[in-house]
Design a protein around this ligand. Structure first.
Ligand SMILES: Nc1nc2c([nH]c(=O)n2[C@H]2C[C@H](O)[C@@H](COP(=O)(O)OP(=O)(O)OP(=O)(O)O)O2)c(=O)[nH]1
Ligand SMILES: [Mg+2]
Length: 134
């Protein structure tokens, strides 16, 4: 059984909109919406992984981050530890650098069903209008 550590960014603007991208058709959780991010590499901290993934996938540099939620999720074929970072200050303008479609969605209009099942508690907290716990 694969066990993976994942760092993702909840990029939220002052209008309470969140930048989400759509996963490719040929990967785990194909076609789902996602928070940009990916696997934490050996020797990387979760913060370093987040910064690298956001640079690679959406072309921004996070300037201020706070841990919004850390959770474990068991998929049929893999176990994930997911670090969800809230990113409210960054440099650059996010876009789908790897060809993946990206969009801003109002926090309260997020649809948990469109994301991987592991995201559900996070989407629910965001829809309730909650911010970081620090
Ligand atoms: N990026 C992202 N991945 C998520 C979310 N929710 C969720 O369950 N996942 C899962 C799907 C994948 O199994 C894993 C993330 O891996 P990834 O495919 O983004 O990894 P990566 O960017 O390093 O990709 P690669 O270079 O290995 O192809 O976490 C989410 O909101 N964002
Ligand atoms: Mg990724």
């Amino acid at each position: 059984m694969k066990t993976l550590q994942i760092a993702v960014g909840i990029i939220r603007n002052p209008q309470d909109e969140i930048f989400v991208t759509r996963r490719a058709a040929d990967v785990h959780m194909a076609n789902r919406l996602e928070f940009p991010g990916g696997k934490i590499e050996p020797l990387e901290t979760p913060e370093q992984a987040l910064a690298r993934e956001l640079r690679e996938e959406v072309g921004i540099t996070p300037l201020e981050i706070s841990l919004f939620e850390k959770l474990e999720y068991q998929f049929p074929d893999r176990h994930l530890t997911l670090w969800f970072w809230l990113v409210e200050r960054w440099e650059g303008e996010p876009w789908g650098r790897e060809g993946q479609p990206g969009q801003w969605i109002a926090q309260r209009a997020l649809d948990a069903e469109a994301f991987p099942p592991a995201n559900k508690p996070v989407i629910n907290r965001l829809m309730a209008g909650q911010s970081a716990t620090g």
